[in-house]
Design a protein around this ligand. Structure first.
Ligand code: IMP
Length: 187
Protein backbone atom coordinates (compact mmCIF):
# COMPACT_ATOMS: atom_id res chain seq x y z
CA UNK A 1 0.00 0.00 0.00
CA UNK A 2 1.29 3.51 -0.84
CA UNK A 3 2.36 5.70 2.11
CA UNK A 4 -0.12 8.48 2.98
CA UNK A 5 0.75 11.75 1.26
CA UNK A 6 1.22 14.94 3.32
CA UNK A 7 -1.74 17.33 3.03
CA UNK A 8 -1.38 19.77 0.17
CA UNK A 9 -4.02 22.43 -0.37
CA UNK A 10 -5.04 23.63 -3.83
CA UNK A 11 -2.45 26.15 -5.11
CA UNK A 12 -5.04 28.99 -5.13
CA UNK A 13 -5.70 28.55 -1.41
CA UNK A 14 -4.26 31.01 1.09
CA UNK A 15 -5.47 29.30 4.27
CA UNK A 16 -7.66 26.39 5.25
CA UNK A 17 -10.29 27.61 7.71
CA UNK A 18 -12.07 24.31 8.39
CA UNK A 19 -10.52 20.99 7.51
CA UNK A 20 -12.29 17.86 6.36
CA UNK A 21 -12.34 16.13 9.75
CA UNK A 22 -13.61 19.23 11.59
CA UNK A 23 -16.47 19.56 9.10
CA UNK A 24 -17.29 15.87 9.25
CA UNK A 25 -17.47 15.87 13.04
CA UNK A 26 -19.67 18.97 13.12
CA UNK A 27 -22.03 17.64 10.44
CA UNK A 28 -22.44 14.48 12.52
CA UNK A 29 -23.36 16.59 15.56
CA UNK A 30 -25.87 18.61 13.54
CA UNK A 31 -27.44 15.42 12.16
CA UNK A 32 -27.79 14.01 15.67
CA UNK A 33 -29.47 17.22 16.89
CA UNK A 34 -31.83 17.36 13.91
CA UNK A 35 -32.68 13.65 14.23
CA UNK A 36 -33.54 14.20 17.89
CA UNK A 37 -35.68 17.28 17.18
CA UNK A 38 -37.64 15.64 14.36
CA UNK A 39 -37.94 12.16 15.88
CA UNK A 40 -41.06 10.36 14.64
CA UNK A 41 -41.66 12.89 11.84
CA UNK A 42 -40.77 12.91 8.18
CA UNK A 43 -38.48 15.77 7.32
CA UNK A 44 -38.42 17.55 3.97
CA UNK A 45 -34.90 18.76 3.28
CA UNK A 46 -34.82 21.66 0.84
CA UNK A 47 -31.32 22.07 -0.58
CA UNK A 48 -30.48 25.45 -2.05
CA UNK A 49 -28.51 24.98 -5.24
CA UNK A 50 -25.74 24.89 -5.89
CA UNK A 51 -23.76 25.68 -2.76
CA UNK A 52 -25.54 23.27 -0.41
CA UNK A 53 -25.05 20.04 -2.35
CA UNK A 54 -21.95 18.72 -0.57
CA UNK A 55 -23.26 19.65 2.87
CA UNK A 56 -26.73 18.27 2.12
CA UNK A 57 -25.28 14.98 0.86
CA UNK A 58 -23.20 14.46 4.00
CA UNK A 59 -25.95 15.66 6.36
CA UNK A 60 -28.68 13.44 4.96
CA UNK A 61 -26.45 10.36 5.14
CA UNK A 62 -26.12 10.94 8.87
CA UNK A 63 -29.81 11.54 9.65
CA UNK A 64 -31.68 8.80 11.47
CA UNK A 65 -35.15 10.25 10.78
CA UNK A 66 -37.12 9.63 7.61
CA UNK A 67 -36.62 12.40 5.10
CA UNK A 68 -37.37 13.43 1.56
CA UNK A 69 -35.24 15.85 -0.43
CA UNK A 70 -36.16 18.65 -2.79
CA UNK A 71 -34.25 21.56 -4.29
CA UNK A 72 -34.58 25.22 -5.06
CA UNK A 73 -32.25 27.47 -6.99
CA UNK A 74 -32.31 31.20 -6.40
CA UNK A 75 -30.47 34.06 -8.02
CA UNK A 76 -29.93 37.41 -6.42
CA UNK A 77 -29.26 40.46 -8.52
CA UNK A 78 -26.31 42.35 -7.22
CA UNK A 79 -25.69 45.62 -9.06
CA UNK A 80 -23.19 47.27 -6.74
CA UNK A 81 -24.11 45.27 -3.66
CA UNK A 82 -26.71 42.76 -2.60
CA UNK A 83 -30.15 44.26 -3.17
CA UNK A 84 -32.21 41.45 -1.74
CA UNK A 85 -34.06 41.12 -5.04
CA UNK A 86 -34.21 37.39 -5.51
CA UNK A 87 -35.52 35.31 -8.39
CA UNK A 88 -36.58 31.67 -8.16
CA UNK A 89 -34.75 29.82 -10.97
CA UNK A 90 -35.88 26.35 -9.86
CA UNK A 91 -38.80 25.68 -7.57
CA UNK A 92 -39.77 22.73 -5.38
CA UNK A 93 -41.30 19.74 -7.13
CA UNK A 94 -43.31 18.72 -4.08
CA UNK A 95 -46.07 20.58 -2.29
CA UNK A 96 -44.74 22.21 0.91
CA UNK A 97 -48.13 22.41 2.62
CA UNK A 98 -48.23 20.59 5.97
CA UNK A 99 -44.59 19.46 5.67
CA UNK A 100 -41.75 19.84 8.16
CA UNK A 101 -39.37 21.82 5.98
CA UNK A 102 -35.69 22.19 6.77
CA UNK A 103 -33.90 24.54 4.38
CA UNK A 104 -30.28 23.47 3.91
CA UNK A 105 -27.96 26.35 2.99
CA UNK A 106 -24.22 26.59 2.46
CA UNK A 107 -23.77 29.98 4.09
CA UNK A 108 -25.78 32.88 5.49
CA UNK A 109 -24.04 36.14 4.64
CA UNK A 110 -26.23 39.26 4.35
CA UNK A 111 -29.24 37.03 5.00
CA UNK A 112 -31.17 38.66 2.14
CA UNK A 113 -31.52 35.45 0.11
CA UNK A 114 -32.72 33.49 3.12
CA UNK A 115 -35.12 36.23 4.17
CA UNK A 116 -36.77 36.15 0.76
CA UNK A 117 -36.82 32.36 0.69
CA UNK A 118 -38.41 32.00 4.12
CA UNK A 119 -41.13 34.56 3.26
CA UNK A 120 -41.78 32.65 0.06
CA UNK A 121 -41.96 29.22 1.72
CA UNK A 122 -44.11 30.48 4.60
CA UNK A 123 -46.91 31.39 2.16
CA UNK A 124 -47.12 27.69 1.18
CA UNK A 125 -48.34 26.62 4.63
CA UNK A 126 -45.62 24.25 5.88
CA UNK A 127 -46.19 22.61 9.26
CA UNK A 128 -42.77 23.89 10.35
CA UNK A 129 -39.98 25.82 8.66
CA UNK A 130 -36.38 25.94 9.92
CA UNK A 131 -32.92 26.51 8.48
CA UNK A 132 -29.70 24.54 8.72
CA UNK A 133 -26.62 26.37 7.40
CA UNK A 134 -23.10 25.01 7.31
CA UNK A 135 -21.60 28.47 7.75
CA UNK A 136 -22.79 31.74 9.21
CA UNK A 137 -21.17 35.16 8.87
CA UNK A 138 -23.18 37.06 11.50
CA UNK A 139 -21.18 40.29 11.03
CA UNK A 140 -22.46 40.64 7.45
CA UNK A 141 -26.17 40.59 8.20
CA UNK A 142 -28.35 43.21 6.44
CA UNK A 143 -31.63 41.73 7.60
CA UNK A 144 -32.81 39.85 10.64
CA UNK A 145 -32.75 36.20 9.81
CA UNK A 146 -31.59 33.26 11.88
CA UNK A 147 -30.69 29.67 11.14
CA UNK A 148 -31.72 27.27 13.91
CA UNK A 149 -28.85 24.90 13.10
CA UNK A 150 -25.43 26.35 12.27
CA UNK A 151 -22.25 24.40 11.59
CA UNK A 152 -19.68 27.14 12.12
CA UNK A 153 -19.73 30.89 12.70
CA UNK A 154 -16.94 32.46 10.67
CA UNK A 155 -15.54 36.00 10.30
CA UNK A 156 -16.34 38.26 7.36
CA UNK A 157 -14.14 36.58 4.75
CA UNK A 158 -14.93 35.13 1.36
CA UNK A 159 -14.55 31.37 1.54
CA UNK A 160 -14.66 28.50 -0.95
CA UNK A 161 -14.82 24.72 -0.84
CA UNK A 162 -17.22 22.07 0.46
CA UNK A 163 -19.78 23.26 -2.09
CA UNK A 164 -18.97 26.98 -2.01
CA UNK A 165 -17.58 28.53 -5.16
CA UNK A 166 -15.79 31.47 -6.64
CA UNK A 167 -16.82 31.87 -10.29
CA UNK A 168 -18.16 28.28 -10.10
CA UNK A 169 -14.72 26.90 -9.12
CA UNK A 170 -13.51 25.21 -5.93
CA UNK A 171 -16.84 23.58 -4.97
CA UNK A 172 -15.10 20.18 -4.98
CA UNK A 173 -12.50 21.04 -2.34
CA UNK A 174 -13.16 18.89 0.74
CA UNK A 175 -12.36 21.77 3.13
CA UNK A 176 -13.48 25.41 3.61
CA UNK A 177 -10.73 27.89 2.78
CA UNK A 178 -9.77 31.45 1.98
CA UNK A 179 -8.47 32.14 -1.53
CA UNK A 180 -5.17 33.84 -2.30
CA UNK A 181 -5.66 37.44 -3.42
CA UNK A 182 -4.19 36.51 -6.82
CA UNK A 183 -6.91 33.92 -7.42
CA UNK A 184 -9.65 36.52 -7.08
CA UNK A 185 -10.48 38.32 -10.29
CA UNK A 186 -9.02 35.59 -12.53
CA UNK A 187 -11.05 32.86 -14.30
P1 IMP B 1 -26.78 36.29 1.30
O1 IMP B 1 -28.09 36.57 0.64
O2 IMP B 1 -25.89 37.52 1.28
O3 IMP B 1 -26.91 35.73 2.68
O4 IMP B 1 -25.99 35.31 0.37
C1 IMP B 1 -26.15 33.96 0.39
C2 IMP B 1 -25.46 33.30 -0.78
O5 IMP B 1 -24.30 34.03 -1.25
C3 IMP B 1 -24.92 31.98 -0.31
O6 IMP B 1 -25.91 30.97 -0.42
C4 IMP B 1 -23.73 31.77 -1.21
O7 IMP B 1 -24.13 31.14 -2.40
C5 IMP B 1 -23.21 33.16 -1.49
N1 IMP B 1 -22.07 33.50 -0.58
C6 IMP B 1 -22.10 34.34 0.46
N2 IMP B 1 -20.89 34.38 1.07
C7 IMP B 1 -20.08 33.54 0.37
C8 IMP B 1 -18.70 33.12 0.52
O8 IMP B 1 -17.93 33.53 1.41
N3 IMP B 1 -18.25 32.24 -0.41
C9 IMP B 1 -19.03 31.73 -1.41
N4 IMP B 1 -20.32 32.07 -1.57
C10 IMP B 1 -20.85 32.97 -0.68
Amino acid sequence: MAAPQPFKAHPDIERVLLDESQIKARVQELAREISRDYAGRCLTLVGILKGSVVFLGELMRQLSVDCTVDFMCLSSYEGGGSTGVVRVLLDLRENAEGRDILVVEDIVDTGLTLHYLLDNLRTRGPRSLEVCALLDKPDCRKTQVKAKYVGFRIPNQFVVGYGLDYNEKYRNLPYVAVLKAGAIGGK
